[in-house]
Design a protein around this ligand. Structure first.
Ligand SMILES: [Zn+2]
Length: 111
C-alpha cells in the first residue's frame, strides 16, 4: 500500500496527538520501517500512531488503575494482565505522566 498524500489530510478515524490531544495532525513522512509519521500542528510533536497498540495500551492502563485501587500489588497485577513487571512499571510511568497535577494555589496556604 503506497500513499502519495497531500500535505493536509482529514482523517475519517479520530487520531489525536499523544502530547496535547489535538486532532490537528498532518502526515509527516515515514519511518525507516515504513510506519506513518504524523506531525501535530498544535505542538509540533512528531509521532507514530499504533492503532492496535494504543487501544491495548489504554485498556491495560485502565486495568492497572483499577487493580491499584483494589490494592493489588505490582507482581499480582503483572501476572493478572499477563505482562512482565518491567512492562507494568513502564505503564505505571505512562499513567503517572498522564495525571494532571491539581493546582496547589487554591486560595489557601499551609505553612
Ligand atoms: Zn500536539
Amino acid at each position: 500500500m503506497s500513499e502519495n498524500s497531500p500535505s493536509c489530510i482529514r482523517f475519517g478515524v479520530s487520531h489525536f496527538c499523544p502530547a496535547c490531544k489535538s486532532e490537528n495532525l498532518i502526515k509527516s513522512g515515514k519511518t525507516a520501517n515504513g510506519k506513518q509519521h504524523y506531525c501535530c500542528k498544535e505542538c509540533c510533536k512528531r509521532f507514530i500512531i499504533h492503532y492496535s497498540y494504543n487501544a491495548y495500551k489504554s485498556n491495560t492502563n485502565q486495568q492497572i488503575i483499577l487493580f491499584a485501587k483494589e490494592g493489588l500489588g505490582i507482581r499480582s497485577t503483572a501476572r493478572v494482565l499477563g505482562i512482565s513487571v518491567t512492562t507494568l512499571l513502564k505503564h505505571i510511568i505512562t499513567i503517572a505522566e498522564g495525571i494532571q497535577q491539581p493546582p496547589i494555589a487554591m486560595g489557601k496556604s499551609y505553612e
